[in-house]
Design a protein around this ligand. Structure first.
Ligand code: SF4
Length: 277
């Protein structure tokens, strides 16, 4: 759903008008997102000529302004360069400039910092935050990094095997992670404390192929709290206060949670049984 409309019912033509215009996307690998045989200025200008019907010279001028907006020094010179002449961080800024060219309402950022080193990652996240505020757009950030999510998000939806298993206000998710998968993800983050040589916590098992999802709760083969019912029936999404919701039978109602609560002791770090990921 986008602005109250179901995009699945849009024609290809309507989608072409929406994509890159109202909804734009940043991919995780800047080097392979850019076309190596066109200058970066040309690639930004193309979007403006297509969606905003700008002339080539006006679009090239705007491309330089966009490069300035995303913090690229000497943007007029950089606009004439090819992607291989730029660093990974600069290429990602160019990809962001292309995505922002038409001032989208929604920017989907799919692991935008995965291919970058930590310093550049921090700069790109800072840039996205600044642009989000300046341009008043929504960012849908896809990440496996809970640290990045904590830094960026107002609202978090935790997904497992293609389904949302927990959703709520970002601060609330970190204060009281409730789904066993969310708890496992947070426990898996290496900390600075603890004995040297302690084995890192992992969630046992592996993610199932989407073509062969387990019956019932899709997390049950890996869940330390699974009961018989979990393998038979898929849990609904249960509210646990405010707009925090969890897809887990433990939260079906307060009574069930009480019965289950004795099993909710944190999973021991260093567990070695079974196959892990
Ligand atoms: S429904 Fe059962 S298996 Fe699924 S997360 Fe909850 S306790 Fe674990």
């Amino acid at each position: 759903m986008f602005r109250g409309e179901d995009l699945a019912f849009k024609s290809q033509e309507e989608m072409t008008r929406i994509r890159g215009n109202q909804i734009a996307m940043i991919f995780q690998e800047p080097m392979s997102s850019l076309n190596p045989v066109f200058t970066v200025g040309d690639q930004i200008a193309e979007t403006l000529m297509l969606h905003q019907k700008m002339s080539r010279s006006a679009a090239m001028k705007e491309a330089v302004e966009l490069l300035r907006l995303v913090g690229i020094p000497d943007p007029a010179m950089r606009a004439k360069q090819y992607p291989h002449e730029l660093s990974g961080g600069m290429c990602q800024r160019v990809v962001i400039a292309i995505a922002l060219a038409c001032k989208p309402d929604l920017l989907i950022a799919d692991e935008p910092t995965t291919a970058l080193d930590v310093t550049v990652q921090a700069q790109i996240l800072e840039l996205l935050k600044r642009l989000q505020q300046e341009l008043g757009m929504t960012i849908l950030l896809i990440t496996h990094d809970m640290g990045v999510a904590a830094e960026m998000a107002d609202r978090i939806a935790v997904m497992y095997a293609g389904a949302i298993v927990e959703e709520g206000d970002a601060a609330d998710i970190f204060d009281r992670p409730s789904h066993p998968y969310t708890q496992g993800l947070l426990q898996s983050i290496p900390g600075f404390e603890g004995e040297r040589g302690t084995e890192l916590y992992t969630i046992r098992g592996t993610i199932p192929p989407l073509s062969r999802l387990p019956s019932g709760c899709r997390f049950h083969p890996r869940c330390p709290h699974a009961k018989d019912r979990c393998a038979r029936e898929e849990p609904g999404s249960f509210p646990i206060g405010g707009d925090h919701r969890v897809s887990c039978w433990m939260y079906e109602n307060d009574g069930a949670l009480a019965v289950w609560s004795e099993q909710l002791a944190p999973v021991q770090t260093g567990e070695t049984e079974g196959d892990r990921t």
